[in-house]
Design a protein around this ligand. Structure first.
Ligand code: F6R
Length: 263
């Protein structure tokens, strides 16, 4: 794992956006894996800005989102499809037909999950997968106890996740307890993973992800086995890492080496 600790959320957004921008520059028809939630919103702002300025085009890019609530139409204001349209797709030059979010309104969600996996494969797999992390260590909606080689499927949300996400729903509004999510195996198949985490509420999950055992009790710990996973953290999210100073030192050394090599 590459661990990058930065001063604040703004620098994290810029760092993450830069990785995506480099990916698209190297391969204009890149396949991006995207996340919702509060954490990536500023990064999407950076991508929109880069697109507006002409520095970045999404013309040939395809995207697959991690997850969706089961039982919500894409037009529902709390659906992740709606979130992605509002926070990214409506503001960039992407072909909306090349953007995929698991269909939460599928008549047969089991078939739909299998089809989602097949569409990712048909595009040649995900080049770079963006992730947030839940306080309980979930990635996508892979809650603790999720199989470490699971594929896209229907998952039940924990009470903790339902409570965390209740802030997006108004009082009395239907809040789904089920989701469709890429599996941990699906995420592990992506060629690069970039996980962003900000704030003290994520510190325990980050500690377990980086320095805990590889265990389904902390789904993000599977990333210990990923060949190219970058964790971009603010000081608060990194606060419980015993190796914090070593990770910072390693990152400074990495940067020096890249500069020497002119990369
Ligand atoms: C969202 C997703 C979730 C979130 C996680 C963190 O598509 O898959 O795993 O990344 O719940 O959410 P925030 O960023 O709101 O703290």
């Amino acid at each position: 794992m590459q661990i990058v600790i930065l001063a604040d959320a703004e620098l994290i957004a810029k760092y993450g956006a830069d990785l995506i921008q480099k990916q698209i520059s190297a391969k204009p028809c890149s396949v991006l894996g995207l996340a919702t939630g509060s954490t990536p919103v500023a990064l999407y702002g950076e991508l929109i800005e880069a697109n507006r300025s002409g520095a970045l085009s999404f013309h040939s890019v395809s995207t697959f989102n991690l997850d969706e609530y089961l039982g919500l139409e894409g037009s529902h204001p709390q659906s992740y499809r709606h979130f992605m349209n509002e926070h990214l797709f409506n503001h960039i030059d992407i072909d909306i037909h090349n953007t995929a979010v698991p269909p939460g309104n599928a008549v047969n969600p089991i078939d739909a999950c299998r089809d989602y996996e097949a569409s990712i494969e048909a595009k040649g797999g995900i080049d770079i997968q963006l992730l947030g992390i839940g306080r309980n260590g979930h990635i996508g909606f892979n809650e603790p106890s999720s199989g470490l080689s699971s594929r896209t499927r229907v998952k039940t949300l924990t009470q903790a996740t339902i409570a965390d996400n209740a802030r997006f729903f108004s009082e009395g509004e239907f809040q789904p307890h089920l989701s469709m999510t890429m599996g941990i195996g699906t995420i592990m198949d992506s060629r690069k993973v970039v996980l962003l985490a900000t704030g003290a509420s994520k510190a325990d999950a980050i500690k377990a992800t980086v320095e805990g055992p590889l265990t389904a009790s902390c789904p993000a710990s599977a990333l210990q086995m990923h060949r190219d996973a970058v964790l971009v953290l603010d000081e608060a999210a990194a606060a419980k890492l015993s190796g914090r100073e070593f990770y910072k030192h390693t990152e400074r050394e990495n940067q020096k080496l890249l500069a020497q090599l002119g990369i």
